[in-house]
Design a binder for this molecule. Sequence first.
Ligand code: FAD
Length: 384
Amino acid sequence: MVNLELSEEQAAVRQLARAFVEREIAPHVVEWDRGEEVDRGIVKKLGEVGFLGLTVAEEYGGSGGDHLAYCLVTEELGRGDSSVRGIVSVSLGLVAKTIAAWGDEEQKRRWLPGLTAGEYVGCFGLTEPGTGSDAGNLTTRAVRDGDRYVIDGTKMFITNGTWADVVLLFARTTDAPGHNGVSAFLVPTDTPGLTRRTIHGKLGLRGQATAELVFEDVRVPASALLGAEGKGFSVAMSALAKGRMSVAAGCVGIAQAALDAAVRYAGEREQFGKPIAQHQLVQELISDIAVDVDAARLLTWRVADLIDRGQPFAVESSKAKLFASEAAVRAANNALQVFGGYGYIDEYPAGKLLRDARVMTLYEGTSQIQKLLIGRALTGVSAF
Ligand code: FAD
């Protein structure tokens, strides 16, 4: 059975997200983008409305809901501002949901109520200056010293990095080769020895606090270990498998925003004595965007459906992320073309949509890495 009708609850949550974006985000989008900083107060507001607790159990402060509801909210946030969408995708999607899945009772009670309420922000520390796609070969070290671990290393391009209260950190705990020696830790960002530097000059997602994190002799108790020692790469990959669905949903939002803007503008702008919507080649641009929106949305919803039914979803998540991110870039670029020269200035939305979309084909695994994951699943042969 394929049922694409939203339940009453899902439709209501989407409406709530739409209204939230109109009220709290849309009026500030250009200002935040130009100023390279989203107002940090938005995190608390996201927590109050329940968007930072979706799919997390109520006993830990979560607001429940299924993964389709999570996708619907993520899509609406992405439609409004990808910088805000990314804050949620990381703090909830990569950090809180991973603590909920892998944490012991004490870790859940310590971090989840604050993260879901928007009192804390989480960040995900996997990438390093020398290891991006090949994350399993990371070099940050966590050496056991009595009842503590001592951490040294550098993490790069960390979303929410300078805002975060806790880092879900991946570090090498043994000399075992590749990903076998990696463990996951929950490191409070006020731990001595941890310094953070904001990365400026990003093409898009300018409102987001992306940072480099440097760990020098950072000491955490053994209880900071998330999951068993040596299981860190499994923790990271399970987080990213769900995270890719969230990125895909954000891309659907970008593509939908591109479609809305292009249709509106094509009806208003006149050239050759008629609205440009009446020119066939402009209709081609718009219909190409529309097909990308629908295809990306259906692939993304399928992932949510698989997760909610307890079925394997990682490969489908890679497919959704691959397609939706490339589709969002195409859609934003087509919308920019509909706007002509006005698409090139930030008083109109297309340029920002394109800048924000571009990174989606890079992070949480580049498009090439998604293809290798899909190819490996289909052929049974690893081409990494
Ligand atoms: P590289 O791995 O060096 O890749 C360079 C090129 O080589 C790419 O085109 C890649 O596809 C290609 N390539 C590499 N290996 C192969 C192969 N085997 N086959 C074919 N092609 C290959 N990371 C985090 O841990 N946490 C975050 O919160 C986070 N947020 C980010 C936010 C932003 C704005 C950005 C830009 C990045 C963020 N990242 C984050 C890092 C991101 O996940 C990495 O940039 C990404 O994984 C790619 O790694 P890299 O940049 O080192 O590129």
